[in-house]
Design a protein around this ligand. Structure first.
Ligand code: 6PG
Length: 238
């Protein structure tokens, strides 16, 4: 399902409303809300809005567990760090207990960090498989999502839940959740904004379920996927 909004502000407000709704529901049904955040620039407004009234006061932050869908393996204070983005825009302003914030700390040793994060997920969600209540994702112009980058083996991974990704084009590695674990989520929400995403958004949606672009592999087994796009990104003429 795709919903289209006039601009980034309305897109972000819709994302916040969706997150709030699912947080209340998850806490009521299961006593906790487990969300994986994305990086990139698009979610910043969503995070900032979540950190403002009324959400800052009203959301059940004490029952929220925060994970990441992917991370750039750089220092925590590096401007490219997805943890830094989430901290500055959201986590420094709301009362999620620090033990419930689970960054992908991968700057030192991405391979070991991937194995450790997978272990964390297995333990956290035991005895079942990891079922995130909500995973936020973005869409890259090359069709990537999370750090499932085309031209790397990452989109094809079927066994591991978390893997390191190295492109050779970037001077840092990345860590990413893999397709199988993303597809076990109850809800996946893509945030897509801007005219430069219009072409790839249309191609991805036209072929969802195919394996050409990594984002097309995101088809939750039992959950839902919702695409929130602004008018520029959804522009069918682009
Ligand atoms: C990351 C990502 C990545 C991102 C897309 C879209 O690089 O950390 O999580 O998958 O979501 O590249 O990025 P924008 O929101 O900046 O367009």
């Amino acid at each position: 399902m795709m919903q289209v909004f006039a601009d980034m502000e309305q897109l972000s407000q819709a994302a916040v409303a969706l997150i709030a709704d699912r947080a209340y529901q998850a806490v009521e049904e299961r006593g906790r809300f487990c969300m994986a955040l994305s990086g990139g620039s698009t979610p910043r407004r969503t995070y900032q809005r979540l950190a403002r009234s009324p959400y800052r006061e009203q959301l059940p932050w004490q029952q929220v567990h925060v994970f990441w869908g992917d991370e750039r393996c750089v220092a925590e204070d590096d401007p490219r760090s997805n943890l830094r983005l989430a901290r500055e825009a959201l986590l420094d302003h709301v009362s999620v207990p620090s033990g419930q914030i689970h960054p992908m700390a991968c700057a030192a040793d991405p391979e070991a960090a991937a194995a450790a994060y997978q272990g964390l997920l297995q333990e956290f969600f035991a005895p079942g498989k990891p079922h995130f209540d909500l995973i936020l994702l973005g869409l890259g112009q090359d069709g990537h999502t999370a750090s499932l980058l085309p031209g790397t083996p990452a989109p094809q991974e079927t066994v591991r839940m978390v893997i390191p990704v190295q492109t050779g084009r970037e001077d840092f590695a990345r860590l990413t959740l893999t397709v199988p674990v993303i597809n076990q989520a109850r809800l996946v929400v893509f945030l897509v904004s801007g005219r430069d995403k219009a072409g790839i958004l249309r191609q991805v949606l036209d072929g969802t379920g195919q394996s050409g672009f990594p984002a097309q592999r995101i088809v939750p087994e039992q959950g839902e996927v919702i695409w929130l796009a602004d008018r520029d990104a959804a522009n069918l003429e682009a």
